[in-house]
Design a protein around this ligand. Sequence first.
Ligand code: KG4
Ligand code: ZN
Length: 342
Amino acid sequence: MDEKKELLILAIESSCDETAAAVVRNGRDVLSNVIFSQIDLHTVYGGVVPEIASRKHIEKINQVVEEALSRAGVALRRMDAIAVTYGPGLVGALLVGVSFAKALSFATGIPLIGVHHIEGHISANYIENKDLEPPFVCLVASGGHSHLVVVKDYGEYEIIGRTRDDAAGEAFDKVARAIGLGYPGGPKIDKLSREGNPEAIHFPRAKVSENEYDFSFSGLKSAVLNYLNSCQMKGEPVNAADVAASFQKAVIEVLVEHSLHAVQAYGFHKFAIAGGVASNTSLRAAFEAVCRKRQIQFYHPSPVLCTDNAAMIGAAGYYEYLKGVRSGYDLNAVPNLKLGER
Ligand code: KG4
Ligand code: ZN
């Protein structure tokens, strides 16, 4: 690929409840990564309220972008492109970032690049792993998606497995709510699990017969809810830490088993994880151990680059830029955008 010596991208992300902006040099070098998290605002409602998310994005976006530029110490006019998440995500939330990026691009003449959010999550792996290049297999596990993806080349993907129902992060959030931990559930279950016994309760591991790489987490979530109900009916105390640890173990086992199966079946020696759930400490340890044993190179972003951020959008935007991708001012938010589609 034709690489200019220094290519700067201003990246913007607003697909859910994080207002984020970053400046990324040559796709892998993060000069700034500013994230304003709205989590506290949504916690009282037990989940993200789309209308509140959009309003807060509007309030914060200007400040977050200015801060990203100032922390990077580079003027806006020096940017080679403005990359922005245009889907998938909450439509009102996406529109804030997309409109802001379009206005900035129109006012400055800096090219605009619409970026797929999941492509961003996958590309987060390039930032701290300078040696990582496609092809490799990536497990994307976030609040909205659970995909097993073959990354054939930069920007070229084949989804070989997906969830049939709940995403892994969604299951974490729902189970956390049921055991009274609140939102967001993933980090809370992660923490509480350290005090629990993962062998205490056996929850089912669902197999999807039509596609060996597909996932299903709704049965597991229902099994946890049934367990909690039955304890309540029998007047038995619930050990929340044991429930959390046993549930988490069941999710991790399924994710590890399917992923490793795919890596071996496709003959790859490189495997990466991405998305909010990829910041789970037990999941990282489980993949680390199994990959080491099978001599598979294991890649994972730092936790802050696993959950939503704009640096990952800058990394993905860079490779789109090199391929000549440019978006017009008709770029729109696409809430159900499929990976690999434009
Ligand atoms: O990638 P992300 O920030 O946003 C989406 O694109 O969805 O993922 C958020 C999801 C939430 O469901 C959250 O509970 C989960 O990732 N999550 C975790 C952890 N940190 C975040 N799940 C398990 N363990 C964690 N440590
Ligand atoms: Zn995300």
